[in-house]
Every structure is written in structure tokens, then in C-alpha cells.
Design a protein around this ligand. Structure first.
Ligand code: SF4
Ligand code: SF4
Length: 157
């Protein structure tokens, strides 16, 4: 990351977030890292780090946060929400950041719905893969391949 110049940060960004229902305790994050350590997305993707998103938001890095692709990687599993010792409710904060990104023109308005549909697809695919592992079947294997290929060819606006 480039050097952070505090005078170029948006010092009101943290207040803008904290004023939304669900983000009241957001500024109480003390960077313990429990969210990142327990996050299933962070486990498989090096660029995804909930603690870093909170830190950047508190520092006022509004443009970097709201325009970042990582905002759309959270699968909303609520693990971080349940474990945070400061009651930050990161899953809700993430939802607020996504809304802000759309309302303020950093992301297309369809993106939140598309991310939710993809989460549903991934859960369905996971169930089908488990079923296939438990009961291998050529027809199911082909069906799973077709579903994956169809999803791969879809583009987000
Ligand atoms: S678990 Fe809570 S307090 Fe700890 S870094 Fe994450 S948001 Fe901050
Ligand atoms: S809700 Fe999102 S950030 Fe929190 S643990 Fe789940 S995937 Fe990670």
C-alpha cells in the first residue's frame, strides 16, 4: 500500500458509517484480528482482510474502501459478527459499505443483488459437490459441470 497522508483522508468517513443503524460500535475496533483469523474468505484469499477494511475506514480512506473489489468478497457468514469482542458487527458494516458504494457511484446498482445471487449459487454448488463425493454419479457430475460453466460465462455489469 502507498504511504498514507492523513491530510488527504476523509476524516468524516468513520462518522458517516457509524451513524448508520448496525454500525454504532464500529469505531470501537481495537484491531485484535479475531475477524480476519476466523473468516473463511480470508482463509482462502490473501487480499481479503476484514480488520484492514475497518482500519482503512477509520483512517478515512473512503475512496479506496468504497471502490475496492474486496467489498464484494464477503459471504455474509456472520462468523466475525459473532466473535468480535468489541461488538463491531462487521457483517452489518460491510452491508453499509456496499450500500454506500452503490449510492455514491463507486459500484453499479445491480452489484449487491448479483453478489447475493452468487452466494446462493456457491452454497447450492457446495451441497451438490458434497452429494457427488458421497454418491458419485456421472449424470450429476455433468450437471455440476454445466452449472459451473454457465456461471463462469455470466458477466456482472
Ligand atoms: S474482531 Fe472486532 S475488534 Fe477485532 S479486529 Fe475485528 S472488528 Fe476489530
Ligand atoms: S461475514 Fe464476511 S468478513 Fe465476516 S467472517 Fe464471514 S465472510 Fe468473513
Amino acid at each position: 500500500m502507498d504511504k498514507i497522508i492523513l491530510s488527504e483522508m476523509d476524516s468524516n468517513f468513520k462518522n458517516e458509517i457509524a451513524s448508520q443503524p448496525g454500525a454504532e460500535h464500529f469505531k470501537q475496533c481495537f484491531t485484535c484480528g479475531t475477524c480476519t483469523a476466523s473468516c473463511p474468505v480470508a482463509e482462502v484469499h490473501d487480499d481479503y482482510d476484514p480488520r484492514k477494511i475497518i482500519r482503512m475506514s477509520i483512517l478515512g480512506m473512503k475512496e479506496e474502501v468504497l471502490s475496492s473489489d474486496v467489498l464484494w468478497m464477503c459471504s455474509r457468514c456472520y462468523t466475525c459478527y459473532a466473535l468480535c469482542p468489541q461488538g463491531v458487527k462487521f457483517t452489518d458494516v460491510l452491508g453499509i459499505l456496499r450500500d454506500m458504494a452503490i449510492k455514491q457511484g463507486y459500484a453499479p446498482k445491480e452489484q449487491d443483488m448479483q453478489a447475493r445471487e452468487l452466494d446462493k449459487f456457491v452454497q447450492d454448488l457446495r451441497c451438490q459437490l458434497i452429494d457427488q463425493k458421497l454418491h458419485p454419479n456421472e449424470n450429476n457430475k455433468k450437471k455440476i459441470n454445466d452449472i459451473i460453466n454457465k456461471e463462469l460465462n455470466k458477466k456482472w455489469k
